[in-house]
Design a binder for this molecule. Sequence first.
Ligand SMILES: [Zn+2]
Length: 297
Amino acid sequence: MPPYAFQDPLIIVPALAGPYACLGEANVSFSAPAPMFYLGAHQPHWLWHASLPLFVSHRQLARKVRLRPALARWALDSGGFTELSLLGRWDTTPEQYADAVARYAEHIGNLDFAAPQDWMCEPFMVERTGLSVPEHQERTVANFLHLRHIAPDLPFIPVVQGWTIDDYLHCVDLYRSAGIDLAAHDRVGLGSVCRRQSSNEITTLVTTLQSAGLRLHGFGVKTGGMHRYGHRLASADSMAWSYAARRQQPLASCSGHKNCANCLTYAITWRSRLLTDLERRGQQTDLLITHSAHAAA
Ligand SMILES: [Zn+2]
């Protein structure tokens, strides 16, 4: 398994009917754990049209009156970035959110994990709430404990928040003080990195937390971040395809929209290219390592 390869259970199943007929799921076994890539989706109904791992926001899904079983595994974003940006606080209570996640788990199924109602620590967000980074971190930990207490059977994950590397290590300590060993969790969300992930600081942060035994989920990882530190993550999601599509003409095969920012066909093509690039880069890395080893021998 090349170090950059992401799990890709997508195969072509031409016999399927309907508008997304090219999609299907394969049972793929790997000799070593590989990062899981969740395609960020604006449209929750992709859950029942596309057989590939998706990342869907509670804010979009909550509008859906009728839910159906998902065709593939998926993960839930709490929508915290939007809610805190708009309101400067969480208006949705933990009880309301837990009730919604229970509904999704029952009627959609295949839910790998749900993000908690965490508090991002970007400077503009801290300014928006009028609080401080330590207060955001304490509220993030408290919310995870609260959700776990009221809904112990739902797959909420802890999220580490901060701005500097020391902040994040402090957040790990906060969880430890609350009796939570993050290294024992299958997945730990990495917060507040979406807008600075190409920096060396984030690569160092990811490496530091990975070395501490944390199996990280990267929220909103862009293409550059995926290449830099994607292989150090347990999973990642990305909406980068939509931002790219917004600046381009629609695909030649598309009609009915002026760009492909909400287009599943574009998203699938982008995803395939990304996973192929990551795998190729991993193989090149392997070749370089092998060559160096021979040269040194
Ligand atoms: Zn399109």
